[in-house]
Design a protein around this ligand. Structure first.
Ligand code: CU
Ligand code: ZN
Length: 207
């Protein structure tokens, strides 16, 4: 089976050698190969699934976007956040490095604007329901309250949290799209009004 697959792919490459993988898939058909007998292009074939089926799978699984952090307030922070829609809300996965070890507050702030050197352009905590600030163990709280990310002595850390009730829909009042994730210099202690987490050392626009 596998040998046949490689042979068929080889033939198609000869027929359409300058073309890329998706074209090679078409070439398989053009050259008389069966797509069932071609294991190597399995992944590209899945990605190149017909539009309707692909869109359906995407909405069922929810949208996922990856955003990049900019260092702020003279920090050396770098890293990314991956946001994915789940049935309960938006899962936010932070992977950061270049931070001082310890706990650092992390929140979704209301404006998707990281342009200012101190991150102040991102505005306050994203709080569409008008709740008090709290750590993720507390309810109610700001929709953007993500708690703290724990940074190891090597300056690296990760945080995985689901912001219950949030989404990534265009124009929805609870959407994280068009907001920004801010990482702070200090720990969020859950105090009012915003957790006493100090300055802003990283900012990522969610778009
Ligand atoms: Cu914040
Ligand atoms: Zn808050």
């Amino acid at each position: 089976m596998q040998k046949l697959g490689f042979r068929v792919l080889g033939v198609s490459s000869l027929c359409f050698s300058p073309l890329y993988v998706s074209s090679a898939l078409l070439a398989l058909t053009a050259c008389g190969g069966s797509k069932d007998s071609a294991p190597p292009p399995a992944t590209p074939a899945a990605e190149a699934a017909p539009g309707a089926a692909s869109a359906g799978a995407e909405s069922a699984a929810g949208k996922t976007i990856e955003v990049t952090f900019q260092p702020k307030s003279g920090s050396t922070l770098s890293g990314k956040a991956t946001l994915s829609e789940t049935p309960d809300g938006v899962k936010v996965a932070l992977a950061l490095e270049g931070l001082p070890p310890g706990e650092h507050g992390a929140h979704v702030h209301e404006k998707g604007d990281c342009s200012s050197p101190d991150g102040a352009s991102a505005g306050g905590h994203f709080n569409p329901a008008g709740n008090p600030h709290a750590l993720p163990t507390g309810t109610p709280r700001h929709l953007g309250d993500l708690g703290n990310i724990a940074i190891s002595p090597d300056g690296k850390g990760t945080l995985d949290i689901v912001a219950t009730g949030a989404n990534l829909k265009d124009g929805d009042p609870n959407s994280f799209l068009g907001r920004a994730i801010i990482v702070h210099e200090k720990q969020d202690d859950g105090g009012q009004p915003t957790g006493n987490a100090g300055g802003r050392i990283g900012c990522a626009e969610i778009k």
